[in-house]
Design a protein around this ligand. Structure first.
Ligand SMILES: Nc1ncnc2c1ncn2[C@@H]1O[C@H](COP(=O)(O)OP(=O)(O)OP(=O)(O)O)[C@@H](O)[C@H]1O
Length: 247
């Protein structure tokens, strides 16, 4: 595992010679093995931060470093994986093969089948292992995408609204499963969502973005699994909603 230390991070895009400051002076420390959710209105810079963290974009200024990285990984070789809103599975591969794809560098076929089988089990996909993406539901496809990520054994998992396209029932189920996976695996998870309830249900901290800046960092010191109907949950949710809506 690894945590992240972000110092003075800025990202400017240029659209038709007009500069857009997507992120300005972001300072954030995310501890190893913690679950952090990022919320904020559309265009506040959440996805840009994830893209910088996984190297899909270069920062204009500032730096990102890793905290307590795994000893067996060389510095700079931390494993970061990203899960998007859409599962991005390969349609010509089965559920099992899509997950195994994360292990294409692994030489030992037994290790591949053991790892894939473990996560197929954990995610309730065993019965569908031979199905193709077009033959499974959106929830199962997103579980397969998460399974592929877990097979890769990343130090840090970035999630960009991974449950955003699912129906409310499937979404609630997957939120609960994600908490269980987090408690079992203790990976560092950085999760972007527009849904404040989801952010409070999942995160140990909710970081609020506005106009490319962090405007508040709210600790959520409630035990898992959380009850969204409890007064403590309600109070934190209202506080965050107030900041996001600028009330
Ligand atoms: N590739 C790009 N080129 C130019 N501008 C970009 C690019 N990506 C993002 N931006 C701009 O950066 C700003 C932040 O965008 P970003 O996607 O990070 O916001 P967000 O908070 O993730 O929004 P949403 O919740 O809608 O996904 C926006 O003004 C957006 O137009």
């Amino acid at each position: 595992m690894a945590g992240v230390n972000i110092k003075g991070l800025c990202k400017t895009y240029t659209i038709h010679s007009q500069e857009v400051q997507a992120l300005s002076n972001i300072n954030l420390t995310i501890q190893d093995g913690s679950f952090v959710t990022l919320v904020g209105k559309s265009g506040s810079g959440k996805t840009t931060l994830l893209r910088l963290l996984c190297g899909l974009e270069q920062a204009t200024q500032g730096e990102i470093s890793f905290l307590s990285p795994k000893k067996e990984r060389a510095v700079g070789k931390e494993r970061i994986s990203i899960v998007f809103q859409e599962p991005r599975l390969m349609p010509w591969l089965t559920v099992e093969q899509n997950m195994a794809f994360a292990l294409f560098k692994e030489k030992d076929p037994l290790r591949v089948s053991r790892t894939v089988s473990h996560f197929l089990d954990m995610l309730g996909l065993k019965k569908f292992k031979d199905a193709y993406p077009a033959q499974i539901s959106g929830g199962m496809a997103q579980r397969t995408s998460l399974g592929r990520t877990l097979c890769y054994d990343p130090d840090i998992i970035l999630m960009d609204e991974p449950l955003g396209a699912l129906d409310a029932f499937t979404r609630k189920n997957l939120q609960a499963e994600l908490v269980e996976i987090f408690l079992l695996q203790k990976k560092t998870i950085i999760f972007v969502t527009h849904d404040v309830d989801e952010a409070v249900f999942l995160g140990q901290r909710v970081v609020i973005f506005e106009g490319g800046k962090i405007v508040e960092d709210v600790p959520v010191s409630l035990n898992y699994p959380r009850n969204p109907l409890s007064p403590d949950f309600f109070q934190i949710r209202e506080r965050i909603l107030g900041v996001v809506l600028g009330e």
